[in-house]
Design a protein around this ligand. Sequence first.
Ligand code: GLU
Length: 415
Amino acid sequence: MSKMNPYEMFLKQVDEAVPYLNVEQEFIDVLKEPKEVLEVTIPLRLEDGTVKVVKGWRSHHNNALGPYKGGVRYHPNVSKDEVMALSAWMSIKCATAMLPYGGGKGGVRIAPRELSKAELERLSRGYALAIARFMGTDIDIPAPDVYTNPQVMSWFLDTYEKVKGWNEPSCYTGKPLELGGSLGRGDATARGGMYVLREALKEVGLYGKPLTAIIQGYGNAGSNAHGLYSEIGLTVVAASDSKGGTYNPKGLNYEELMKHKKVSGTVADFPGGERLTNEEVLEIRADVLIPAALEGVINEANAAKVNAKVVLELANGPTTPEADAILEEAGTLVVPDVLANSGGVTVSCFEWIQGRTGDFWTEKTVHEKLDERLTHAFHEIWKIKKQQGIRMRQAAYVRAMGRIIAAMRFRGIWP
Ligand code: GLU
């Protein structure tokens, strides 16, 4: 792991972009702190009658460009620093994708797989109730993240609307279609990453060739990437999750691996592959490495062993600043999280628009708009990268911070 916690990672990433930005230091100082962080305690009644005290947070990083936006994560290791970092990365991400949002994020410290469905519902309603006064369609719009999904969004939404006494579908995104969700939201993170990767591969001269890929993390983003990326010529040869990895140099069959994961709860021990440890999976020689789970998996201890030409960050914060430097030295192109995984929040924005207007789009429209937006963002960042001779992450931060700070400058420092 990195010596830095996730928030320190964010601060370092900001510092690495500042020399290429011509802005007043006071705005950088403001961006280095979240505007407000709500800490909540949720007493959760368990099936056996006892009460478990659960901690949660919702961080509002910056709202110069629009209401705070970002997911809610359920994970046993969630911390306040992590939620703050994730909210700051959302500010950068929304500005990168040119969305009318600032950055927010929520987290609840719990292992959701250990809860019954009724316990999960009580916990979700408890959290939604606790943050209700901190959010709303024009204030802060939460969405799914690690281990939360459309069912959890439904409980959040229902609780919020019952507290308020009115219907307000766009106060949450990532909802089921039946509650005003958008077509194309389910695989949006992976799909957005595919459009971005396609453009990156064209730039480095790899597009159109048969390519191999490794997927680290087999949740929503990782598994959908496996299903989709054959469209751009990728064969997934290795995949891993928290319990281990699987490898087959000829390619892992998507449908069979999904079936295996559903039955056994993990991709490890897949009969169609050889079992590997998580570390071994990261070291396999492949064209594209796709971290799709948690922060800090590519770090100073293992970055030199990465054997891929391109790293596509579908996770938030998977590469530490130390690892960024090592990968750059090795000539590996890192396509940063704030661009690579921005498809999720972009389709969340489409859902928010559709919910506000009542005008629902076809899946084709969603895909086309997503492609157009992310292809445009990619090329703007690529241009800055080339002009300034910097990493893609630095270029994305230059563009995003420039946008946020331009809005802050118009607003002025007040009160
Ligand atoms: N949790 C996703 C992310 O990290 C999506 C956030 C959203 O849709 O608001 O980008």
